[in-house]
Ligand binder design. Structure first.
Ligand code: GDP
Length: 426
């Protein structure tokens, strides 16, 4: 049985969505195992262009079961809106192709509100949250102060549970932030409008995955964001609030005994980063603007311009190691086609010394990038489909990155469309 994880190696937005969309042809089940609707995968296929926030990227493939595992931040309101948007474009979402873990905790009506209030309080010290309630949600989950999706099947018990949580949370809303408390009527309304329509999708995904594994089904685990946003191994505290690593997939998916034999790491041909936090290889000014425009680097969820820079071999090597990536996909190589010379961040300089070791987060802001320039290819490569047809300079760029980070690129993506891909030995 094939158990594969597909994960981001950098700061997120590597193009995981387009890779999952491509790879799902070989899998029976796609599972999202962490994170919430705070980032977006962009997928372009025969139905159109989509920004998926919570739904697994396998929803476009017939016969693929998509699962939202217990590790996700399940925001019923946003999930319903996302399902409706897809259905308007002709993509059917039914219990036949979507299942939600009964053990997934619910993002509650106050989580978004709290996220916003806290970012306001932090002012210029803010973390750059997307204000989707993800950090308050995960803190509450680990405090055991939220409810699980399966509780919807026990309405009286759930109501009582929610009422207790509301009383507790209103102490914070009123006392700490001086904000309006949440009312019981608001909660009832939220259950009716946002939660009940999801009930047909909710079930025991652990059992489903266990049986599927026994029957030899092929399972793909899909992560949100990337290595450097992982709560434990990323650029803390500018991380997300969940584990973005393949190692978390078994726990967060509902198949704790899963043996993941393949980890496909997605690397972008240059660097981008959304929001706050240290970003050693960052480029500014005209050079940055050119790259941002060439790569259309604006957030899928927020529309915010992304911070950009050259590929960072120090951070990428670290990202590959913490993910345990067994093979890699390089995306957006076409975006570099106009450049005479391509800068590459090969090392960091810290306290006057060069290092290729990714440092402890506290000193990242003291690091400077050591840049080497390599020759560009100055040719449109978006129509190239084989390794042999790539210009020599492009091959040299790919080989150089591969050697530095220690794992092979088996896919090279040269455009956002499903077919804009070069396969090497797969
Ligand atoms: P994800 O969250 O990792 O899936 O990444 P995003 O969806 O936020 O960002 C990837 C963006 O790049 C999307 O707009 C994709 O359509 C686009 N994209 C993905 N691969 C390529 C590629 O090889 N070339 C170009 N030009 N665009 C790509």
């Amino acid at each position: 049985m094939a158990c594969t994880a597909i994960v981001g190696i950098n700061w997120g937005d590597e193009g995981k969505g387009r890779m999952v969309d491509l790879l799902t042809e070989k899998y029976d089940i796609v599972v999202r195992f962490q994170g919430g609707g705070n980032a977006g995968h962009t997928v372009i296929n025969e139905y159109g262009k989509f920004a998926l926030h919570l739904l697994p990227s396998g929803v476009f493939r017939k016969g693929v079961m998509n699962i939202l595992g217990n590790g996700v931040a399940l925001d019923p309101e946003n999930l319903l809106a996302e399902i409706r948007t897809l259905e308007e474009k002709g993509v059917k979402i039914t219990p036949e192709n979507l299942m939600i873990s009964d053990r997934a905790s619910l993002l509650l009506p106050w989580h978004r509100k709290l996220d916003e209030l806290e970012e306001l309080r932090l002012k210029d010290k803010k973390y750059g949250s997307t204000k989707q309630g993800i950090a308050p949600f995960y803190s509450d989950k680990y405090q055991k102060k939220t409810v699980m999706a399966g509780e919807l099947f026990y309405p009286e018990k759930m109501k009582a549970h929610l009422r207790d949580l509301m009383e507790w949370k209103n102490l914070t809303l009123k006392g700490v932030y001086g904000a309006e408390p949440v009312t019981e009527a608001e909660l009832d309304d939220w259950i009716e409008k946002c939660c009940k329509p999801l009930m047909p999708f909710i079930g025991d995904t652990r059992e489903y995955l266990w049986d599927a594994q026994g029957n030899g089904k092929r399972i793909l685990f899909e992560a949100q964001l990337g290595s450097l946003r992982d709560l434990d191994y990323g650029i803390y505290p500018y991380t997300t609030s969940s584990n973005t690593l393949a190692a978390y997939a078994p726990v967060g998916s509902g198949l704790p005994a899963a043996e993941i034999t393949k980890v496909v790491g997605v690397v972008k041909a240059y660097s981008t980063c959304v929001g706050e936090g240290p970003f050693v290889c960052e480029t500014f000014g005209e050079e940055a603007e050119k790259l941002r425009q060439a790569g259309a680097e604006y957030g899928a969820k927020t529309g915010r311009p992304r911070r950009v820079g050259p590929i960072d071999l120090v951070a990428t090597r670290y990202g590959v190691q913490v993910q345990g990536a067994t093979e890699l996909a390089l995306t957006k190589l076409d975006v570099l086609s106009d450049m005479d010379e391509i800068p590459v961040c090969v090392k960091y300089e810290l306290n006057g010394e060069e290092t290729d070791k990714f440092p402890f987060p506290s000193v990242l802001e003291d690091c400077k990038p050591v840049i080497r320039k390599v020759k560009g290819w100055k040719k449109d490569i978006s129509g190239v489909r084989t390794w042999e047809d790539l210009p020599e300079e492009a091959k040299a760029y790919v080989n150089m990155v591969e050697q530095a980070i220690g794992r092979p690129f088996v896919y090279i993506s040269v455009g956002p469309e499903r077919e804009s891909i070069i396969r090497r030995g797969v």
